[in-house]
Design a protein around this ligand. Structure first.
Ligand SMILES: [Zn+2]
Length: 283
């Protein structure tokens, strides 16, 4: 969305609201969120009641955008600043909200992105790079050996395509190959380094080529620069957050995956779409 369209959208609360409502209800046709009945009664307080199941709801009930009490203009401003990677603290002063309110809203955006990523069942194929990396853990106090305290992340990258990253409990062959088989089409060519967990890839229906880091010049197409590029890009971005807790790290990771996969696109529209989705029932 270009700036002029955006300015117009936030010029009044009713325009901003209409824009968001259009994303919640196709053609602005409201329906009951429980039974999808279209015949609704409008209550005096602005809410709606279903004529069939009596469920009472308001415009943003059950959606990500219902988290926190932000106006529609505030939500759209927040998404614009999120798109531009402005820190939560700066957003708070720009939108004149408390840091806590902004933080909660930005986390709702991250949850919405994560829940979208989870549904993404797109298979990757063609030329694929696999690699694992460790994030965080350089805290004061505990100094573990090797990767202790760090979070292992497994990455699958389609050359000239999408990246898919996930926090993993460990980097055993079982874990890494299990995820690969779920995400990568059989018959693809897979490039990895010499890490032993990848040894059985050829038995999973892939053509497997190993990078010899020692023989840089003779390796030709056998490299994993795409995946390595993603790691350094992601780590540089995470520094800005001044340490992310382990609990919420997957949210930040999926935000980075989303940004990387949409780096040449206008993400304002996708984020507002996600925010207007119904919050899934996690069990
Ligand atoms: Zn109903």
């Amino acid at each position: 969305m270009n700036l002029n369209t955006y300015y117009d959208l936030i010029s009044s609360e009713s325009k901003a609201r209409r824009y968001l409502l259009g994303k919640c209800f196709l053609n602005h046709q409201r329906f009951c969120l429980r039974c999808r009945m279209r015949k609704l009664y409008k209550l005096e307080d602005g809410r709606y009641r279903c004529s069939r199941c009596r469920y009472t709801f308001h415009d943003f009930s059950g959606r990500w955008i219902n988290q926190g009490r932000l106006s529609c203009i505030q939500w759209l401003s927040l998404v614009k600043l999120f798109e531009l990677e402005v820190s939560a603290r700066k957003m708070a002063s720009q939108i004149q909200l408390s840091y806590r309110a902004v933080y909660n809203a930005v986390m709702a955006i991250r949850w919405a992105i994560l829940s979208h990523a989870e549904d993404a069942e797109t298979l990757l194929g063609g030329e694929i790079e696999l690699d694992e990396s460790y994030f965080g853990g350089r805290r004061k106090g505990k100094r573990g050996r090797g990767a202790a305290g760090k979070v292992p992340v497994f990455g699958i990258l389609e050359r000239d395509g999408l990246v898919h990253v996930n926090v993993v409990p460990n980097v055993t062959a079982e874990t890494l190959l299990g995820l690969t088989v779920k995400k990568v089409r059989r018959g693809s060519v897979i490039y990895t380094d010499k890490f032993r967990s990848y040894d059985s890839l050829m038995f999973c229906g892939y053509r497997h080529l190993k990078v010899d880091h020692g023989k840089y010049f003779s390796s030709g197409k056998v490299y994993i620069n795409g995946m390595e590029g993603f790691w350094s890009w992601a780590k540089e971005r995470l520094i800005k957050h001044h340490g992310v807790s382990k609990e919420y790290f997957p949210l930040y990771l999926k935000e980075l995956e989303f940004r990387y996969n949409h780096k040449n696109e206008d993400i304002f529209d996708s984020i507002t779409n996600y925010l207007c989705d119904l919050v899934p029932k996690w069990d």
